[in-house]
Design a protein around this ligand. Structure first.
Ligand code: PEP
Length: 253
């Protein structure tokens, strides 16, 4: 079954105290207000993960994600974090290939394929980000650009492995800009992604794949985005730093 998900990507924001306060607020609101079929994922910075886990481990609605991982098992990679370290503190998801990682840390589709493999081999669930820049959008060739990202980073997976992957479509021109894709633009791309997944893994797997939208989603526009038949939730940046806004987005289905 396709899982409804709203994930909050805190990026490099919040001290530990601030992060724990935000987690407590979200956990309380989610317990009181959120229906059971929506999975809420928090993706704080690495140093928050362990303590955020302690705060959410007794609820079955909240899950934990890292924002990145290293593709190697262990060794001399100063400053990096492996997937076995993440699974040792019961992290469940890892965001892979966020556009900020692609742009500022030069992460290629090929490297991301290795990160996907490292994630799955530890039993972690990848949230794989794809999406085009404004330049690519205006060239008109953005669907083949996105399909190529998916092909090069995901299509080496077996059907069983692929069935664990969540895809997040995040047009770069909409991330942190306040300029959201319209619900028609989001639906069109999500439908194309689903069609492309079906061409490789078949209709059943494609139908069960969760595809999130990300890019300036907020309480005011989330209901229209989440009402689209191929939009299964959101990856939320800025609005995930305010508990009320984030939980209102979660309640937008
Ligand atoms: C993101 O960074 O994944 C994102 C969607 O950010 P924002 O919601 O701030 O546009």
């Amino acid at each position: 079954m396709r899982q409804k998900i709203v994930a909050g990507n805190w990026k490099m924001n919040n001290t530990l105290d601030e992060g724990l306060k935000l987690t407590t607020e979200i956990a309380n609101m989610v317990a009181d207000e959120v229906r059971g079929d929506v999975r809420v994922i928090l993706a704080p910075p690495f140093i928050h993960l362990s303590q955020v886990k302690s705060l959410i481990k007794d609820t079955d609605k909240l899950f934990l994600s890292a924002q990145n991982c290293n593709e190697n098992e262990s060794g001399a990679y100063t400053g990096e974090v492996s997937t076995s370290m993440l699974s040792s503190i019961e992290v469940e998801y890892v965001i892979i290939g966020h556009s900020e990682r692609r742009e500022y840390f030069n992460e290629s589709n090929e490297q991301l394929a290795k990160k996907i493999d490292a994630t799955l081999s530890e039993g972690l669930l990848p949230i794989f980000c794809c999406g085009e820049s404004l330049e690519v959008r205006e060239s008109g060739d953005f669907i083949s650009f996105i399909c190529n990202q998916i092909n090069e980073s995901l299509f080496h997976l077996s059907t069983e492995q692929f069935s664990k992957v969540v895809i997040a479509y995040e047009p770069i021109w909409a991330i942190g800009t306040g300029k959201t894709a319209s619900s028609e633009q989001a639906q069109d791309v999500h439908a194309e992604i689903r069609k492309y997944v079906a061409s490789k893994y078949g209709d059943k797997i494609a139908d069960e794949t969760t595809i999130l939208y990300g890019g300036s989603a907020k309480p005011a526009n989330a209901p229209e985005l989440f009402a689209c038949p191929d939009v299964d939730g959101g990856l939320i940046g800025g609005a995930s730093l305010k508990s009320r806004d984030f939980v209102d987005i979660v309640k937008s289905f």
